[in-house]
Ligand binder design. Structure first.
Ligand SMILES: Cc1ncc(COP(=O)(O)O)c(C=O)c1O
Length: 529
């Protein structure tokens, strides 16, 4: 599709008024605006900084302008408007027009570009976000078209901002759709756990293929509620030693006696052969459960865990805090029926800033979890008939979660592209977390790479000196000061070695390939020096 972008002239403008005759309602709004301006005004420098059109074989296929504000105190700002002909949407033309106009605004030494757009026009919103526009406000019921009220958002690009080149190890992507949802909650006047949380739970259920989703204020609360509800104080349960601290302390808080198991050196997940050995040796001595953790989002071998469940009559709690969106054995993580917990902390694949959930197919268990997260209140208000805490999330957070859920596939796709790029570029220098054949989708909450344990800190420091933040492995739980007394005799070789060789490379939902290139260049530099 060939086209050229030129400054507007009188002939173009006359054509604009006849060219686009089959306009959608939304485009019509824009063209009404243009048509209400006198051609002389569109051509004069007093009202516009720039007006351009895109031509293809003399046909008008695009239009863009930067309009001035009348007020003298708004001389540093302009309003942007663009239109792309139906056949040219989704092609490079919109990018070209945006690039042209942003350059023009810089040439005019403007400090801010402002625009407004229909809140339903997600394609346009995504285009503006790609160029760095951020949402500034939501105007409900702002336009009445064909008897339907439309919400409008305003977005802005700040041209003076010094964009830092710092690349963090993780970064949430909270953008326009999340802010629109948040504004809906604020407008509704219902902020605490309510209808948005219910909708978020519905989405989670559908997405994960489970009968119950119980959302909590963080992943650790989700774990606590499960341990408090499923086990008794004194129950012995198997845990991997390499995991985040709250996998364990959420259990010990409720009197569970942990038995630590070593991990597989290639995935970092619990070694199920070693778990089975412990179960076999302890047969008859009541080990009540197993807590596999999906490290970085890599699913545990869940079929094998079910074999252990059947053989040794143990309960399963899957700590999938890092694994939302993962698929193993062709089934989404969370769909198997056992208690599966997710975290929606800001570093996770979808976030509610802080948040978590338990997925289960057991209705009664789901009911107990709901009770536990709300002080143990019975069906009679202000009557508490079981122990509980306040582990509720707010509707403000659930609104963010709902918007994030819609983007989960795109987030995971981007993360997989980043990991493929790292792997292809760094294959000679680093090893990467093994992906087992039963894993259909690895959501890559983290990108775990391995280096020589004597080199790993050097790479980390070299990256940091280049404004790139990676993350080093942390000591396994039996080596953490908080658990020193509990596991004084424990030695788990693979967990100890693993934590020394791990370096998590930067990865996040909105990460660009150019940022991954900067990481790769710097790692290559670390090996050259
Ligand atoms: C494996 C694992 N378990 C539990 C948690 C706790 O989740 P949250 O931070 O939401 O409490 C995390 C998150 O950091 C985690 O990675």
């Amino acid at each position: 599709m060939k086209y050229k972008i030129v400054k507007v002239n009188r002939a173009h403008l006359e054509k604009i008024r006849t060219s686009f005759d089959s306009l959608s309602e939304q485009d019509r709004i824009f063209f009404d605006f243009i048509q209400n301006i006198r051609i002389d005004e569109l051509l004069s420098k007093s009202r516009f900084f720039d007006v351009i059109v895109a031509l293809s074989n003399k046909e008008l296929v695009g239009y863009g302008h930067l309009e001035k504000f009348k007020q003298p105190y708004k001389k540093h700002v302009c309003k942007l408007g663009i239109f792309i002909a139906e056949d040219y949407r989704g092609t490079a033309l919109s990018n070209k027009i945006m690039e042209y106009l942003i350059k023009s605004a810089r040439r005019h030494k403007l400090r801010k570009i402002w625009l407004s757009c229909n809140s339903q026009n997600l394609r346009a919103i995504k285009l503006y976000e790609r160029f760095g526009f951020v949402i500034e406000g939501v105007f409900f019921d702002e336009e009445l078209r064909k008897n339907k009220l439309n919400d409008i958002i305003s977005m802005a690009l700040y041209l003076t901002e010094d964009k830092s080149s710092f690349i963090p190890w993780s970064k949430p992507a909270i953008r326009s759709e999340e802010v629109i949802q948040l504004h809906k909650v604020i407008k509704s006047d219902w902020f605490s756990q309510g209808p948005m949380t219910k909708s978020f739970e519905e989405e989670l259920k559908i997405r994960c293929g489970a009968k119950n989703a119980v959302v909590m204020n963080n992943g650790s609360s989700a774990l606590m509620s499960v341990f408090a509800t499923m086990f008794k104080p004194g129950d012995r349960v198997l845990f991997p030693s390499f995991t985040f601290v709250s996998t364990l302390n959420s259990a010990t808080t409720f009197g569970i006696k942990p038995i630590l198991v070593d991990i597989e050196p290639t995935t970092g997940n619990i070694d199920l052969d070693k778990a089975e050995k412990i179960l076999r040796e302890n047969k008859g001595k009541d080990i009540m459960g197993i807590v596999p953790v999906d490290i970085a989002g890599h699913s545990v071998d869940i079929k094998r865990v079910y074999e252990l469940q059947d053989k040794y009559n143990i309960k399963i709690v899957e700590d999938a805090a890092e694994a939302i969106g993962g698929i193993a054995y062709k089934r989404p993580i969370g769909s198997w029926g056992h208690a599966t917990i997710f975290s929606f902390h800001a570093a996770k694949n979808i976030t509610t800033v802080e948040g978590g959930a338990v997925l289960t197919n057991d209705e009664e268990f789901g009911h107990s979890l709901r009770k536990f997260r709300s002080h143990g209140e019975s069906s009679t208000k202000f009557q508490w008939d079981s122990y509980g805490l306040n582990l509720r999330i707010t509707d403000l957070q659930a609104a963010i979660g709902l918007a994030q859920m819609k983007k989960l596939d795109a987030f995971i796709k981007n993360r997989n592209e980043i990991v493929s790029f790292y792997k292809s570029e760094l294959a000679n220098l680093l090893e990467f977390q093994e992906v087992k054949e039963y894993v259909d989708v690895h959501p890559y909450m983290m990108c775990i790479a391995y280096a020589d344990k004597n080199k790993v800190k050097e790479i980390y420091d070299y990256l940091l000196n280049g404004d790139i933040q990676a993350r080093l492995g942390w000591a396994p739980l039996h080596k953490q000061p908080v658990f020193r007394n509990l596991f004084r005799q424990v030695k788990l070789k693979e967990s100890e070695e693993f934590s020394k060789k791990v370096i998590c490379l930067p990865i996040y939902n909105g990460m660009k390939i150019t940022e991954a290139e900067a990481v790769v260049d710097r790692i290559k530099g670390a090996f050259r020096e």
